[in-house]
Ligand binder design. Structure first.
Ligand SMILES: NC(=O)c1ccc[n+]([C@@H]2O[C@H](COP(=O)([O-])OP(=O)(O)OC[C@H]3O[C@@H](n4cnc5c(N)ncnc54)[C@H](O)[C@@H]3O)[C@@H](O)[C@H]2O)c1
Ligand SMILES: [Zn+2]
Length: 384
């Protein structure tokens, strides 16, 4: 039954006529069926199967509420351990086996409730089970609200690297409930903030100014108007870029601002909790600003200082204390050289002319990158 009190989704209309809605609000978990039916993911009936995926942390905080909301339906529930380890072949196999043995058919709706790990695993499974099942994402981390739930990238990790096996597969609906962020550990909020800051730095100076005024509320009050404003704004920004370049052959690469540096650091720490992805992105954006200044690209002489002042005002300079004494510039450079965005021996990085003016800088001189890393290691990761 249509729900007149439902908020209006942000719509992504793809060239192949697929349509994906993004709902941003609060208190959605208890209303999942009506939101799904109202916004294009099809009618739920007691016969239609629902493959429900979440992780153990989501189960602790929200399992009972989600189960209650879906109690009238034919739910196949699958819970995986929290953490990156669940983006594995074995977790994918267990999920697919469970779904198939429970008798899914092509109408079965996959609902993935969780952070980027659950979104990536659930999205990948949805894309390959019976050659594609309808999919709804219910992101529960800030990172998933503003980034991973939007855009249709799915992946699991391989022994040789992260996110190397996956698909592009668009969900029908993304239901972003800011109330779920209330239970999120602060470090995870900070990690999500890294991606929020990224959008501002790519092409949105007014949004950066907004963050200068509202960043604190966003971090300190996850279930607030400030959070919902930022999530909706970032969702629109990601949607804009994805619609221009769904499979990352052009402008979508800008979304990797800070990420070449971030991936090198994450890899150095073995993708462990020592350094979360979004924390690494914050560091990476500062390093991209530094590189841009050093290369004479930055037209704004205050670029790096404006950025670091902002981070300091949020107590995010650095976003996390890391000990870099065991890291080596050669190793960081070698990881960067393997980055998917590099073609041949050339380093392609996202550079900044100013905050809100990012571009793809091709053939970046390696010595400039080495200089950035050398200074970073000399300061033991403090960003000073
Ligand atoms: N597909 C994409 O476009 C895309 C984009 C960015 C990142 N990613 C992927 O996303 C993953 C990172 O996502 P993430 O940061 O959301 O990590 P995550 O899914 O591991 O969640 C972080 C932690 O928070 C817990 N958690 C989740 N929701 C919670 C809640 N509401 N309350 C309390 N705890 C909660 C999780 O159990 C986990 O321990 C990585 O695997 C990355 O590769 C994918
Ligand atoms: Zn990222």
């Amino acid at each position: 039954m249509p729900d007149s009190s439902a908020p209006q989704p942000i719509w992504l209309d793809f060239k192949d006529k697929h349509r994906c809605g993004i709902l941003v609000g609060s208190g959605f978990l208890d209303r999942l069926p009506v939101l799904i039916e109202t916004h294009g993911a099809g009618v739920l009936t007691p016969e239609r199967k629902v493959l429900l995926l979440y992780d153990s942390a989501v189960e602790t905080h929200y399992g009972a509420r989600i189960d209650t909301a879906l109690r009238a339906y034919n739910v196949i529930k699958h819970v995986v351990p929290a953490g990156e380890g669940s983006k594995s072949f074995s977790a994918l196999e267990a999920l697919c086996t469970r779904a198939l043995s429970a008798g899914i058919d092509r109408k079965t709706l996959v609902i993935a409730v969780g952070g980027g790990v659950i979104g990536d695993l659930g999205g990948f499974a949805a894309s390959i089970l019976l050659r594609g099942l309808p999919l709804v994402h219910v992101p529960t981390t800030l990172l998933a609200h503003v980034d991973s739930a939007i855009g249709g990238k799915t992946a699991i990790n391989a022994a040789s690297g992260k996110n190397l096996i996956g698909t592009f597969y668009q969900p029908h609906l993304v239901i972003a409930d800011s109330a779920t962020l209330a239970s999120l550990p602060r470090r995870q909020m900070i990690a999500g903030y890294g991606e929020v800051l990224k959008y501002a730095c790519i092409n949105d100076p007014p949004f950066f100014q907004w963050l200068q005024h509202n960043g604190k509320s966003l971090l300190n009050e996850p279930n607030s108007d400030a959070t919902r404003y930022a999530v909706a704004h970032c969702a629109r920004k990601k949607a804009d870029i994805v619609l221009q370049d769904e499979t990352e052959h052009g402008v979508r690469a800008l979304l990797n601002l800070g990420h070449s540096f971030a991936h090198a650091l994450e890899s150095a720490y073995g993708y462990s909790d020592t350094l979360l992805h979004g924390e690494a992105v914050i560091i990476g954006i500062v390093l991209a600003a530094r590189l841009s200044r050093q290369l004479g690209i930055a037209q704004d002489p205050q670029l790096e200082k404006t950025l670091t002042d902002h981070l300091a005002s949020l107590d995010l300079l650095p976003p996390v204390a890391i000990d870099t004494s065991a890291l080596r510039v050669d190793d960081l450079m070698a990881t960067m050289a393997r980055d998917k965005k590099n073609v041949g021996a050339h380093f392609n990085v996202i550079a900044l002319r100013a905050i809100g003016d990012a571009f793809i800088y091709k053939n970046c001189p390696p010595e400039a990158l080495r200089a950035v890393w050398t200074r970073f290691l000399a300061s033991n990761g403090s960003l000073s």
